[in-house]
Write a protein that binds this ligand. Structure first.
Ligand SMILES: CC(C)(COP(=O)(O)OP(=O)(O)OC[C@H]1O[C@@H](n2cnc3c(N)ncnc32)[C@H](O)[C@@H]1OP(=O)(O)O)[C@@H](O)C(=O)NCCC(=O)NCCS
Length: 198
């Protein structure tokens, strides 16, 4: 379900709220700084995301929220379960024709399908609201959970690239993926056939 509080424009931090079966996705604010810093301050998260620093302090969360409002290069959602923040998911518009999906969850929330559920909500939002032909994303080759999320969402592997990870202080090989509008539309419209035994 999509509650549209304003007309979203590309590169704008979204004021839209996305609802899924178990989750609510909304724009993070300065009131969320403490929760974001507590969740994000884990090396297992930082080492798999390109720009998250480690350790991650409240100041980092404040800077992130303020930069997000100023730069407007990212659409970011705070993921909540029963009004409790559990992670973040977003679209990076720095390459406007190749918006990039990214996400992370607090470690205590891993393994319950929340990553897939949040990613799907933002993918639907991106293709429904913006005139884009594809999205891209990537997962370190040592990150099968993220790779599984992308594949379950219909992303197709395009190759391996070296990307810098701030928390590692070095570059690391990343499996790169692309989801085209055509594949997304096909997955959305692929209904279930009913089977009847004669
Ligand atoms: C990646 C991340 C968001 C996954 O969240 P999650 O809610 O646990 O993911 P889901 O439960 O939706 O799905 C993960 C899938 O990977 C599988 N998986 C998890 N760990 C795995 C492992 N070590 N090896 C193989 N598969 C694994 C799960 O079984 C699941 O697949 P399934 O639904 O077919 O069973 C979470 O681990 C995270 O925040 N990691 C750190 C940040 C990060 O990697 N971000 C992505 C880079 S953009």
């Amino acid at each position: 379900m999509l509650q549209d509080f304003s007309t979203p424009t590309r590169r704008e931090t979204s004021t839209v709220v996305l609802e899924t079966e178990r989750l609510s996705l909304r724009k993070p604010t300065l009131a969320d700084v403490k929760a974001i810093a507590r969740l994000a301050n884990d090396r297992r998260i930082a080492e798999n995301t390109r720009r998250l620093p480690h350790p991650y302090r409240q100041d980092d969360a404040v800077r992130f929220i303020k930069d997000m409002a100023k730069a407007r290069a990212e659409t970011v959602f705070l993921i909540e379960e029963h009004h409790t923040p559990i992670g973040m998911v977003g679209i990076d518009w720095r390459q406007p024709d190749s918006p990039e999906l990214g996400y992370w969850l607090g470690v205590e929330y891993w393994g319950r399908g929340f990553g897939t559920e949040a990613a799907r909500a933002v993918i639907d939002y991106a293709f429904e609201e913006f005139d884009i032909e594809h999205m891209i994303s990537g997962a370190r080759v040592v990150n099968p959970a993220s790779r599984n999320i992308l594949e379950k969402c219909g992303f197709q592997w395009t190759g391996v690239e070296l990307h810098r990870f701030d928390a590692l202080g070095s570059s690391s090989p990343v499996d790169c993926f692309r989801l085209t509008r055509g594949v997304w539309a096909s997955l959305k419209s692929w209904g279930h056939a009913n089977r009847r035994d004669a």
